[in-house]
Design a protein around this ligand. Structure first.
Ligand code: KG4
Ligand code: ZN
Length: 333
């Protein structure tokens, strides 16, 4: 079963062809608009929608050439139907349904966070349900008990900023570009993670929720307190201390989630999972736990994760009518 996956929930236009039987990504194309939004310090939804409209067809043509697969061999289409930005979601949904109609094949809408989770099923060996899942992206921070395919119990989530959002905001206040995560990670390599003691928000509380806006504010106050001109060394130290505070906070909650639910596997996904420092901290600190991270290129938004999720959905469900859900709780799918 070959599935075409289309991702347009934010500022990446991702398109991929996945062979579910072989568990293999046949071909993929990804176009990032990040540089277009960089000067605004965040994604401008209208610009993002227009760019998706421009890029979808050329990317599809390139994908079909690259895959050397005739359209007649494609069995279904999956697109991100939410959560995400309304305009960008609509472009992907309309494109997917037009293809589905033209090619007379089924089409299904995918929950973006389920796609971030399910891309891990391509790992060898793959995680086996049930497992704990930590999804850390620009819009979400979720701790989930993944009971089985399609059944997700939300154990905790951010009460304010998502982790990626905190990275982006801290990058902005340090005068770095967008997206901030990779820039903070790079800068932090030159800094000392123990130079500033920043809070580990909600880490002493018994629940599994997160809060990252206070951590971001703590960085802001530390920067403001600095009387002298901010040096590159200072910036590197604060980036490293912030990254360490995030890593430790996530670790504390994951350990608790694993213990409370007697789970021995942890599956991590979403853009922030690309952070090498966080990956290494997890490997070092969670002894005896099997940890799954997607390959770095599959952490941030891409079409392959949507195609993989689409394969599992289309095996179970019929084609759906055109639909987008800009706000959508993962526990409700
Ligand atoms: O999953 P994603 O591509 O989009 C959403 O679903 O939101 O995640 C994007 C987020 C951005 O906030 C970006 O700064 C962050 O992931 N990110 C990182 C890294 N790469 C991307 N954060 C920390 N370290 C990274 N290496
Ligand atoms: Zn994402």
């Amino acid at each position: 079963m070959k599935i075409l996956g289309i991702e347009t929930s934010c500022d990446e236009t991702g398109i991929a062809l996945y062979d579910g039987k072989q568990k293999k990504i046949i071909a993929e194309q990804l176009y990032s608009q990040a540089s277009k939004h960089s000067k605004f310090g965040g994604v401008v939804p209208e610009l993002a929608s227009r760019d998706h409209v421009k890029k979808l067809l050329p990317l599809l043509k390139m994908l079909l050439e690259q895959s050397e697969t005739p359209v007649s061999e494609i069995d279904g289409i999956a697109y991100t139907s939410g959560p995400g930005l309304r305009g960008p979601l609509l472009t992907g949904a309309s494109f997917a349904h037009a293809l589905s109609y033209g090619w007379s094949i089924p089409c299904v809408g995918i929950h973006h966070m389920e796609a971030h989770l399910l891309i891990n099923l391509l790992e060898k060996p793959a995680p086996e349900f049930p497992f704990l899942t930590l999804l850390i992206s620009g819009g979400h921070c979720l701790l989930i008990k993944s009971e089985e395919l399609g059944s997700y119990q939300i154990l905790g989530q951010s009460r304010d900023d998502a982790v990626g959002e905190a990275f982006d905001k801290v990058a902005k206040l340090l005068g770095l570009g967008y997206p901030g995560g990779p820039l903070i990670e790079e800068l932090a390599k030159k800094g000392d993670p123990n130079s500033f003691l920043l809070p580990r928000p909600m880490s002493k509380e018994p629940h599994l929720d997160f809060s990252f806006s206070g951590l971001k504010t703590a960085v802001l106050y530390t920067v403001k307190k600095q009387k002298k001109e901010i040096s590159e060394n200072f910036k590197a130290d604060i980036a490293a201390s912030f990254q360490e505070a995030v890593a430790e906070t996530l670790l504390i909650k994951c350990k608790k989630g694993l213990e409370d639910n007697k789970l021995e596997q942890l599956v991590v996904g979403g853009g922030v999972a690309a952070n090498q420092y966080i990956r290494e901290r997890f490997e070092k600190d969670l002894k005896g736990i099997k940890i799954f991270f997607p390959p770095i290129s599959k952490c941030t938004d891409n079409g392959a994760m949507v195609a993989v999720a689409g394969y599992y959905r289309l095996k179970k469900e019929q084609s759906q009518k055109i639909e987008i859900k800009p706000k959508w709780d993962l526990a409700e799918i």
